[in-house]
Design a protein around this ligand. Structure first.
Ligand SMILES: Cc1cc2nc3c(=O)[nH]c(=O)nc-3n(C[C@H](O)[C@H](O)[C@H](O)COP(=O)(O)O)c2cc1C
Length: 226
């Protein structure tokens, strides 16, 4: 398993992106938007298996906790005997060899992160041909109410609307993480004010039992037809 620290991620991204911008290869708008939010965070990437179905678990994240959710989903598939890659959306070149793809994003402003939506848009031709599942992490699910559940599910609407041709076989929202120490100064202040108003404390609200159960009982059979 490869752990990129936030710093390494920023340095790698800055070097790559800086070079490409200088070369005029990509517009400024494509610079990793999540560099704007976090000052610290690990982005997990890993691979397992040598035979069996080939599955990709792709993610977008600000501070890294969604990459750990992606990894726990991948671990379930690895135990089932699959070949699994966990990758940040920016580090995926092709989907051509995969039998199934799970894509997840941390929520920002009531939506999947724009770069995760862009990833689905850009790869929709390939994604139409294989089973796909979506997940997200958010803080709305700090509250265990029907309203919170409805709100969290509404966060899928932007990606479902932007790429209507992709019909995910499963969609699932999970509670995420609020760690002010990982946010940069501006977003720490913004989030502190917002979360205080909503009554959401700092903490890790991920339920890995629920995440693994979804991966095993819902997604694995859908992706593999088993
Ligand atoms: C700038 C910003 C905006 C956010 N907007 C929302 C939101 O609209 N709704 C929500 O439920 N959670 C929101 N969140 C919470 C994140 O989705 C949640 O903390 C997630 O678990 C972070 O995952 P990460 O550690 O992978 O970045 C926001 C977080 C940040 C930093």
């Amino acid at each position: 398993m490869k752990n990129m620290t936030r710093r390494q991620f920023v340095v790698n991204s800055s070097m790559t992106v800086g070079g490409l911008i200088t070369a005029g290869a990509i517009p400024l708008g494509m610079v990793s938007p999540n560099l704007a939010y976090a000052q610290e965070g690990k982005f997990v990437e890993s691979s397992c298996g040598t035979k069996g179905k080939k599955i990709l678990v792709a993610y977008e994240s600000f501070c890294g906790s969604t990459s750990e959710v992606a990894q726990s989903i991948a671990d379930v598939f690895c135990k089932q005997g699959a070949r699994v890659n966990v990758r940040h959306v920016q580090n995926i070149e092709t989907l051509s060899s995969y039998d199934g793809v799970v894509i997840g994003s941390a929520v920002k402003s009531a939506s999947w992160h724009p770069s995760a939506i862009e990833f689905v848009k850009e790869n929709q031709d390939m994604l139409k041909q294989i089973p796909v599942a979506y997940f997200l992490t958010c803080l709305a699910l700090y509250f265990d109410t029907t309203e919170a559940q409805d709100l969290a599910e509404s966060y899928f609407r932007p990606v479902l609307t932007a790429v209507p041709g992709i019909k995910p076989k499963a969609v699932q929202a999970f509670a995420g993480v609020l760690d002010y120490g990982k946010l940069n100064m501006m977003f720490r202040l913004v989030m502190k004010a917002k979360m205080k108003k909503q009554g959401i404390p700092e903490g890790d609200f991920r339920d890995f039992q629920k995440i693994e159960s979804w991966a095993e009982k819902t997604v694995w059979p859908l992706l593999t037809g088993v």
